[in-house]
Every structure is written in C-alpha cells, then in structure tokens.
Design a binder for this molecule. Structure first.
Ligand code: SF4
Length: 462
C-alpha cells in the first residue's frame, strides 16, 4: 500500500438500505482507510467504488442493482477503475451476481468487514485484466464483528449521532421475511464490546445521540446469556459520560418486557421513544405472518407502555396486502390504528419475496388493491400525525440541531427526542444567532407542517 496520501488509492462508498447496513459501511470504510485507502465522496473519478447493498425486498434489490450498473457504466467509460459489491444482495444472490455482472471486480458478503480490504485491493489489482472474481462460497453463518475500541469506524452520519449495532441475525421466523435466511440466527455482541464501542463513538467522534439497532433488539443477549439483556444494556449505555440521548429501534412487541419499560422510564438519557413493528393487527393475519402475538396482546403491551412511560412516542410499521388479507382484516387494522394512535408509522405494501414462507401462500392480493389499502391507511395516519403534532404548539421542546437550512441563513433543521433521523419528522428552527450541528437548544413550537414542526429558539442555549 502506498505510504503517502497523494499516492493512496481512493475509495468511494455508497451505502444503501437501513442503518444496520450503514454501520457495516462505516466499518468497511474505516478498515479501508486504516490500510491506506483515501475516502472520497464522488464515485466518478475514484479508484474503486464499494456499493453496500440491501436485498430485503424487491424495491431494495432493484435500487441496489441499478446503483451497481451505474458504477459499472462509469468503469466502462474509464471514470472508475474497479467496482466492489458488498452486503445483503451478495449474501443472497452471489453466484447469480458473478454470472450476471462480469464487470464487477469483487464481492463481499454481510459481515465481510474483516477481509473487505483484501477484496478491494484484489479488485483493484485485477481491474483492467478482464478477469472476474472466481465463485467462492460465503460463510454460511457470517460472524458478527466484535467492534469494541479496537476497530476504526468512519463516520457516514453527522458526528453528533451514531448508530450502534448490538446484534446480527434474528431468531424469529416471520413468514414474509428473508432476513434470517440472509443474516442467519441471532448473534449478540458481548455487553462490554458494545459499551467500548459506544464510549469510543462519544469520546472520539463526539456522538451525543446513540441509536441502538439490530434485527430484533428486544432479543439481544438470548444467544449469549440465555436471556434477553436489552434493558441492562440500555441502562449501562445511558451511564456513559457525554451521552445526551439514547434511542432504541427495532423491538419485537413480544420482547418488550416490564424491565425494559422501567429502564426507558427511569433513565433520563433514554429517549421516551420506542420503535416496535406490529406489522398487522388482525389475529388471523398475525398468525399467518407467524408473529406469535394477537391483537389483544398488542393492545395490552401498548397500554402498559403508555401507562408506565406517559410521554412515550411509539413508532411502528405495518404491512398491507399480505396474502389472504380479506377486506375485513384490513378494516380491523385501520380501526386498531385509529384507536391506538401511533405517533409515528411506516407502512409498506406486502412484497412477495422468494425464499420467504409466505411466497407460496395462496390468495396473493392484487397490486392495485394493495396500493388502494396503502393510500387509505396513510390518509388515516396523516390525520393522526397532524393531531399529534398540534399538541406540541405552544410548548418548548429540546431540539438537537442537525444542519443549517440551505435555503435560509436564519433557519436550522433539527429534531426533538421524539424523532429519529431519516424516518421521523423534523423541526425547522428560527434563530438570529447561528446554531451549530449537534447543539441542543430549547425551541418554542409555533406551527406544524404535515409531519414536521416549526419553532423559534426559546432562550439562551448551551
Ligand atoms: S423479527 Fe421478523 S421481520 Fe424482523 S428480522 Fe426477524 S424474522 Fe424478519
């Protein structure tokens, strides 16, 4: 590897998909930088492009393949030397990709972070020789990278927040989901390893908000410690000096225990926020989905969450158009959402994924009907979101500033603790004085937009 930065080969990285993939991308980039590659933003003109892909559903597969094809085109035009494809798409379809994409110079499966530098270097060495990568099998159960303080992660988010991936894989077997096939069963990272990494992110990167992710975070620890230890982990992370907010994503409602509720309630730095996908609310559909929970149990969990943690913001996601979802089941889902009033909601139309159990289910719902149901559901949620936002008007909330608003020098874009980056709403903050990203300011909320809030800095801030 060249010793001077000027001679160092450059690498550009495109991260697709969810925050879990983003963490892997940060690990890949950190490792490549550590062995001498120089990271650049633009794919065009870089020596090698690494595309970290998602293959969860057909739309994600299409986006991944389109991105790879664009990079291959740049390579053909001589604007890029090598293309490496990494992540879920490779884990799911590697042999097909090698056959169909001969211009790709290297492939890395999920958790391939320990040899990503070798694959990238080999790809660069091989580029222009006309030799594609030879098929080789992926590890059937990729190992979860133990990151701790020994591993360098590049930052692909603003420095004031960072995702922390506490586990890989999943023990549940939801019938629509191919994740356990792609990522294998649950493998949790040891508590001290997670804590060491979190401290590093706070002390070295300056992260003040930690966002905890995994496939099913509520199951954290079951494999390693024979019982879930997510509550204990959250409590330990909350005591790291310098952390302001900790946010928990991707809980299965079955795993939201009393202990976890009490920890969220009692630790001031844990955001009173929980991301918990219900997927549906009709008993028969829930059963067909193999969610292991009924509508009554969902309602009971939500009631307990709201009574234990009164100001909690609940985020959920639902799927419409699951095979055999009759009109009545969809209506039951709508009524449940109207009754429960999730503050945040993401909806998806059912995607028929090869390899999932539900792929072969009869009574697939026509695409048009799925789209209709999706629209109706989103209209219902819009009304709920507007009512939720209206409650903020006239109140002062702590807001973290994410970035200046490019269109107005006196406006800044931030979030309350009830908003997760990328998926929830934002707060447009008026301030005569400049506000730096990562600062926490009290903001008086004066107005609402569809899913966002508008406000003015209330007093002097830290
Ligand atoms: S909990 Fe269900 S939907 Fe989530 S990753 Fe596991 S199998 Fe997939």
């Amino acid at each position: 590897m060249p010793s001077s930065a000027a001679l160092a080969p450059t690498v550009s990285l495109i991260s697709l998909g969810c925050p879990r993939t983003l963490v892997d991308s940060e690990l890949y980039l950190g490792r490549l930088q550590r062995v001498g590659f120089r990271a650049v933003d633009s794919v065009e003109g870089s020596d090698v492009a690494v595309i970290n892909t998602c293959s969860f559903i057909q739309d994600a597969i299409k986006e991944s393949i389109d991105t790879v094809l664009q990079a291959v085109e740049l390579k053909k035009q001589g604007k890029l030397k090598a293309v490496v494809v990494a992540g879920c798409l490779v884990q799911r379809f590697k042999q097909d990709l090698i056959r169909e994409l001969p211009d790709v110079d290297g492939f890395v499966g999920v958790d391939g972070f320990s040899d990503v530098d070798l694959v990238v270097q080999r790809a660069l060495d091989r580029s222009g020789t006309g030799q594609g990568e030879q098929p080789r099998s992926l590890r059937p159960r990729p190992q979860v990278p133990h990151q701790g303080s020994r591993v360098t992660r590049a930052a692909l988010t603003p420095p004031h927040y960072a995702y922390v991936k506490i586990s890989e894989g999943c023990l549940k077997g939801c019938s629509f989901c191919v994740i356990p096939k792609i990522k294998g069963p649950l493998r949790s990272r040891p508590i001290d390893d997670v804590v060491a990494e979190a401290k590093q992110l706070v002390e070295e990167r300056g992260a003040r908000e930690l966002i905890i992710v995994g496939q099913d975070t509520s199951d954290y620890g079951v494999d390693l410690y024979k019982r879930p230890r997510i509550a204990e982990l959250m409590g330990t992370l909350a005591r790291i000096g310098g952390v302001r907010w900790i946010r928990l994503l991707y809980c299965h409602p079955r795993g939201v225990s009393e202990e976890l509720m009490h920890t969220i309630r009692d630790e001031p730095r844990i955001c009173k926020y929980l991301d918990m996908a219900i997927e549906h609310a009709d008993d028969l559909v829930l059963q067909q989905m193999n969610r292991g929970i009924t509508q009554a149990q969902l309602r009971e969990t939500i009631e307990r969450l709201r009574s234990r943690i009164p100001a909690i913001t609940l985020r959920t996601s639902v799927i419409v158009g699951f095979p055999g979802e009759p009109d009545a089941a969809f209506e039951r889902l709508l009524r449940f959402l109207e009754e429960v009033q999730f503050e945040r909601l993401g909806a998806f139309t059912y995607a028929r994924e090869e390899g999932s159990a539900s792929f072969r289910f009869p009574d697939q719902v026509p695409e048009g009907l799925k789209a209709e149901r999706f629209e109706r559901l989103m209209q219902v949620q819009q009304g709920i979101a507007a009512a939720v936002n209206a409650r903020f008007i006239g109140h002062t909330r702590e807001v973290v500033i994410d970035e200046p608003d490019a269109s107005d020098p006196h406006q800044f874009v931030g979030r309350t603790s009830a908003d997760c980056p990328e998926v929830d709403g934002q707060v447009y903050v008026r301030s005569e004085a400049p506000l730096s990203p990562g600062s926490f300011v009290p903001v008086q909320i004066t107005d609402t937009l569809e899913y966002d809030l508008v406000g003015t800095v209330a007093t002097t801030h830290r």
